[in-house]
Design a protein around this ligand. Structure first.
Ligand code: G3P
Length: 218
């Protein structure tokens, strides 16, 4: 499983990277706005925390294919190695993915709500496709089922594109998405802690300490 942090909160990114097995960070324009920092400043700060081995997904904000392609170059110039340019799967977005892929860019098709959007992004050359699980659930569509369909379609077609499931609001959505074959998840810092929490684990640890401390003179 690849775990990514969906956040621009640098304190939380540092904390989660310190404690959890993390493969990368995903950001989007709303996450950048929430951080309240200029994109370049934020990305530089995130890179200082995570280095260049971990993936960093940075979204283009432009709307036309030509502008997205220009922006992708600027994003990669300041984001460095192992940067994935996130591009929403609009008509112009798909054209930009297709052309940027030919130039060797690492790409993530984002804001995905249907399997065919994901398939077109994958065929255009996206390395990852990001369906929005909770936003699908919020319109009475089954986000997990859509993610599973995308995963199955990509694997049936023999494509290397990975599903990077995004937009989770609870642990059950994360668990069910993982149960249905998805192997990359981007998760908010608060949900990482919730994934691990169980009162019986805490009780067990307290019990071990109460019983064993006297005998652990090491
Ligand atoms: O990475 C995409 C994700 O940030 C969207 O999540 O919680 O705004 O639906 P959300």
């Amino acid at each position: 499983m690849k775990y990514l942090i969906d956040s621009g909160d640098t304190e939380q990114i540092a904390r989660i990277c310190d404690y959890y097995p993390i493969d990368g960070i995903t950001t989007n324009p709303s996450i950048v706005a929430k951080a309240g920092k200029d994109l370049k400043t934020l990305i530089t700060e995130i890179r200082a925390i995570i280095g260049h081995e971990k993936m960093l997904h940075v979204q283009a904000l432009s709307e036309t294919a030509d502008d997205i392609m220009e922006e992708a170059k600027r994003i990669c110039d300041f984001s460095g190695e192992n940067t994935y340019v996130k591009i929403p799967v609009t008509v112009d977005g798909i054209k930009a993915i297709k052309n940027l892929h030919k130039k060797g860019y690492k790409l993530t098709g984002t804001a995905i709500f249907t399997p065919q959007q994901a398939m077109l992004a994958a065929c255009a050359g996206a390395d990852f496709v990001a369906p929005y699980i909770n936003r699908l659930d919020n319109i009475s569509t089954n986000g997990i089922e859509i993610a599973e369909n995308i995963h199955k379609m990509l694997s049936d077609a023999g494509l290397d594109t990975e599903v990077l499931a995004a937009s989770f609001s609870n642990v059950e959505q994360i668990h069910m998405t993982a149960m249905h074959g998805v192997t990359a998840l981007t998760i908010s810092p608060a949900l990482f802690d919730k994934m691990l929490y169980h009162p019986l684990t805490i009780n067990a640890v307290h019990e071990f300490i109460a019983n064993g401390s006297k005998y652990y003179n090491i």
